[in-house]
Write a protein that binds this ligand. Sequence first.
Ligand code: NAD
Length: 264
Amino acid sequence: MTERSAADEARIAALTAVVTGAASPRGLGRGVALRLAAEGRPLALLDLDAEGLEEAAEQARAAGAPQVLTARVDVADAASVDAAISGLEEDPQLPAVGALVCCAGIADPTPFLELTGESFLRTLSINTLGTFHLAQRVLPGMLEQGLGRIVAMSSTAAQDGGGNFSTSAYAASKAGVEGLIRGLAKEVAGTGVTTAAIAPANIDTDIMGGRLEGERREEFVARTPVGRLGTVQELGELVAFLVGPYGGFTTGATYNLNGGLRVG
Ligand SMILES: NC(=O)c1ccc[n+]([C@@H]2O[C@H](COP(=O)([O-])OP(=O)(O)OC[C@H]3O[C@@H](n4cnc5c(N)ncnc54)[C@H](O)[C@@H]3O)[C@@H](O)[C@H]2O)c1
């Protein structure tokens, strides 16, 4: 193997970061987009929610992103993902894709005996297959340029089975994300492409089944060993490291961001 250069990886900062799930105003994808925008990273923001994407793009431009492209996409649908990424690739203003951050996802609180095959598969299709669709579509370009970072949101549920606002289908879908991220890391090791999963918990976003306030907030805080909820900003900082110039010597790992809910 030819020795790679850590310094060469600094060029990642000039390449486009694709962020899925960026439409949700209080969501992790939005936070990631704005954190990367503040660094002056070119962005492509993807989500099902076109209106939310427009607001995200406006905020990202205001925060400092030199180029921001949006595309409405259903991550569960390979053809939709292909069309969105092809659109980015054809835009002469947008640099090549250097990083992919998969934040699109859903939670499902349905108890096990009430799940149907269809609803189980829906969660897997968005959370797990969606990550696969995106990663598979951007990987050839990353391999060609010898540089790429793929980061996907898992969840503490992958480790502890969930239960906050999610049950077994969600836990299974996120365990799948972690397996995918590990397997891909090994397959592409040495090419300049690295992967990571982040397993958050207890960050107050819309996926928690309503705002964490009042008694519900107190319950969540009481369950979190560090004594508070996590913030979208903290998640954004971790992603910024992973997709930044110094993120290239970690691959296949899962980063817990859970206030001590699960250690190890
Ligand atoms: N908030 C937390 O504490 C927490 C904890 C563990 C894991 N996560 C994970 O982080 C990710 C982001 O969650 P969030 O908290 O920002 O939730 P959120 O509900 O605020 O945002 C999710 C986004 O995904 C988009 N989306 C849903 N289905 C889609 C599809 N088929 N195609 C394209 N976009 C789609 C939604 O429109 C929304 O913008 C999810 O994968 C979630 O499972 C969050």
